[in-house]
Design a protein around this ligand. Sequence first.
Ligand code: SF4
Length: 195
Amino acid sequence: MTDAIEKILSEIRACRVCAEHLPHPPRPVVQIGAAARIVIIGQAPGSKVHESGVPWQDRSGDRLRDWTGLSGEAFYDPARITLMPMGFCYPGAADGADLPPRPECAPLWHATVLAQLKTVRLTLLVGSHAHGYYLRGSAKATMTETVRGFAAYGPALFPLPHPSWRSTGWMRRNPWFETDILPALRDQVRAALTG
Ligand code: SF4
């Protein structure tokens, strides 16, 4: 890990910018590696990840590893993968669903982190919050249309749905995701790591 990444990580760990809006003291959950080939930009940690401090160590993470074809070893290797949600801390829940990522977080930290990553070949935008922030005007009217039109975003950006439990029903309604999108995703992930 470079000194610059160490410094950024310690600044992130000390961040209290939106503490008053969080249900617990801030606990940012990220994995950053200077030589990462792939950046995975998710939504925000859930309560289980907040407790463990390990990104994507839940059912959503299992599904995302299955979608991407990444082993647990590769997924948790910062020399290969950076894991950076739109909100680094657990935002809490209401009416049985997690709240959206805190809006302060990505504008505050993302550009600083990405400026340190010089070897990124592929960025996975996981969920509509990441689509909205990174695709801006080029995101389609719905998350489903954005994912279906993934090829329009070029070889370096790949929009995906969030792999929460809701994605099971969504995948049943949109079988093209499994037949057409996932093989392309796995090819791009493999190429980014090995090419
Ligand atoms: S969510 Fe982001 S901005 Fe808010 S306290 Fe955590 S690291 Fe800081």
